[in-house]
Design a protein around this ligand. Structure first.
Ligand SMILES: O=C(CO)[C@H](O)[C@H](O)COP(=O)(O)O
Length: 210
């Protein structure tokens, strides 16, 4: 089980400062969609330059032109790039093909997919690296989470690694760990805390203990 830190509501210098604090406790750093929208792929490039040994995920949430977008994110230094599960198979196939060519990985974000079980099986057959259940900010705000969906993809997926994102905090981490995803993605659960380092360290320890 790995821990990914999601950075969303910060600019590039703030993102780099934040990672300096928690670098030893995380496996992957995510340049979130809002940062990519605000700053472009340049943010991925700067993060990779600052932390060459850290795996960098670019949360592009690709919906079309998969091959091209994957190529551009790869050029910027991303190791893992996200594609939306709600898109068509052609986009996912194009993304997987380009990622393999570039030696990169694809994480499919299942945000807003209605039939999670069936779509997860279809996507699993396309050779993606991760399938991730995700409750975005707008649905977190009305009390939703993806804990049940995680159980569903754990049953449905046989090839890809599984991941979960969306509002995970120290208090809810034990329930997530119990379900055994390969990757746990935490944003605000770390970034909004006063002592980010202590929280990230505690999360890493809980994950290690399984
Ligand atoms: O992709 C995202 C929003 O679309 C976030 O990066 C993801 O939800 C993790 O952040 P948080 O733990 O704060 O929900």
């Amino acid at each position: 089980m790995k821990l990914q830190l999601a950075l969303d509501l910060v600019n590039i210098p703030e993102a780099i400062e934040l990672v300096k604090e928690v670098e030893s406790y995380i496996d992957i750093v995510e340049i979130g969609t809002p940062i990519v929208i605000n700053e472009g792929l340049h943010a991925v490039k700067e993060m990779k330059a600052a932390f060459p040994n850290l795996t960098v995920l670019a949360d592009l949430k690709i919906m079309d032109a998969g091959g091209y977008e994957i190529m551009k994110a790869s050029e910027a230094g991303a190791d893992i790039i996200t594609v939306l599960g709600a898109t068509d198979d052609m986009t996912i196939k194009g993304s997987v093909e380009e990622a393999k060519k570039q030696g990169k990985e694809i994480l499919v974000d299942m945000i807003n997919v209605k039939n999670i079980e069936q779509r997860a099986k279809e996507i699993d057959a396309l050779g993606v690296d991760y399938i991730c259940v995700h409750t975005g900010y707008d649905l977190q705000a009305v009390g939703q989470n993806s804990f049940e969906d995680l159980q569903t993809i754990k049953r449905a997926v046989t090839n890809a690694k599984t991941a979960i994102a969306g509002g995970i905090k120290l208090e809810t981490l034990p329930e997530v760990i119990k379900a055994g995803p390969d990757l746990i993605i935490v944003g605000g659960g770390i970034t909004t805390q006063d002592d980010k380092k202590a929280v990230a360290a505690e999360m890493q320890e809980m994950i290690k203990q399984g």
